[in-house]
Design a protein around this ligand. Sequence first.
Ligand code: PEP
Length: 255
Amino acid sequence: MARNLIVGNWKMNRTASEAPSLVTRLLELVPAQLPVEVVLAPPFTSIPAVAQLLAAANHRLSLGAQNAFWEDRGAYTGEVSVPMLADLGCRYVILGHSERRHLLGEQDEAVNKKVKAVLRHGLFPILCVGETLAERQHGQTEAVIRRQLDAGLDGVAGQELKNLTIAYEPVWAIGTGQAASVEQAAEVHRQIRSVIGAIGGMAAGGAEALRILYGGSVTAHNIGDLLSSREIDGALVGGACLDPEVFAKIINIAA
Ligand code: PEP
């Protein structure tokens, strides 16, 4: 497994007709055999088009989704299940993104059910955690992260944690152009590692192997510094992944 994982979160951008030009250009700019793992997470509607392009290019980029529901099927209007995503070739699912928590009221309990559903179907959850600016200013960062991890991973067995990726995304850094410093990110990543080590009853080696991404205003200018910390194992990239030239630069720096 490559150490670094770079995930492009398209958020609610690009229609299914617009998606192919972004992906085609990206495939031209990044080598097929990369020493870094790359995941594209387009909106649900673009997943089939992106899957088709990736399969045809025989590229190592993989596919992710930005959310999933915890039940497999049934009367859940508007939701999309993990088996539906797996059927389209998704490997990763981003869960608990701060936009879902803060704009759509998603609670830790729902995030927990989604994490378990993704693990149950053999896909890889990327669990997002992060504090708001007010929480940081009140010295609550560690408590907030601990709560999100404890609740989000409630009932997840130690063995299953090996399929888990955490994304530390301070809410104040998302889409603001104000990324966390390497020191700020590394400090929280260390806390995350210690909380997960305790949750999983993992030997120190297990928590060491956990991949923890940083997300929040990542650009081609700051990715190199961020990845120079041994605590930071990759990035969850929002705005900058929508420009294939910029996203390719980020990937190539991470490689
Ligand atoms: C994100 O969407 O997860 C994100 C980190 O966004 P941005 O890179 O635009 O801050």
